[in-house]
Ligand binder design. Structure first.
Ligand code: ZN
Length: 131
C-alpha cells in the first residue's frame, strides 16, 4: 500500500489527484491490473468526474451545498453533519483499471479528493493489484 497526503485549502475543496495516482502506477511498474484509491476519512471522499472544465467542479460544489446545507437542524454535536452526508453521497473509494501501465480513464475523467470539512491535510491510500 502507498499513501500520500493532500492539503486542502477551504471547507469544501475538491482537488484533482489524477497525476498523483498516475505517478504511483508508473512507480509500481505494474502494467495490467487495478488500483484502489481509498480515503480513510468520514468527511472526505473520492470521486471520478470531469477535470477538463473547472466549472464542473464549481457546479458540483454549488449543488452539494443546496442539497445538503451546512446548517439544517442536524443532531450530530460536532457540527459537521453536512460533511458526513456529502461524503456518504460521494463514497470513500474508486477502483480504476490499469492497462499498459496507465490508468484507464475516459478523455474527460479525472480523480478527485473531495474534502467536505477542510481545510486540513487528508490521506489517500492506494493499493495496486497486478493482473
Ligand atoms: Zn462529525
Amino acid at each position: 500500500m502507498k499513501t500520500f497526503t493532500v492539503p486542502t485549502m477551504q471547507r469544501v475543496d475538491i482537488v484533482d489527484i489524477t497525476s498523483d495516482v498516475q505517478s504511483a502506477v508508473a512507480d509500481s511498474s505494474v502494467r495490467k491490473g487495478i488500483i484502489v484509491v481509498y480515503v480513510p476519512h468520514t468527511t472526505c471522499g473520492v470521486m471520478i468526474n470531469e477535470h477538463a472544465d473547472p466549472d464542473v467542479v464549481r457546479d458540483i460544489k454549488m449543488q452539494f451545498e443546496k442539497l445538503v446545507p451546512y446548517q439544517a437542524g442536524y443532531r450530530h454535536l460536532e457540527g459537521n453533519s453536512d460533511s458526513h452526508i456529502k461524503t456518504a453521497m460521494v463514497g470513500s473509494s474508486e477502483t480504476i483499471i490499469i492497462e499498459n501501465g496507465r490508468l484507464v480513464l475516459g478523455t474527460w475523467q479525472g480523480v478527485f479528493l473531495c474534502d467536505f470539512d477542510g481545510p486540513r491535510t487528508r490521506k489517500v491510500h492506494l493499493k495496486i493489484l497486478s493482473r
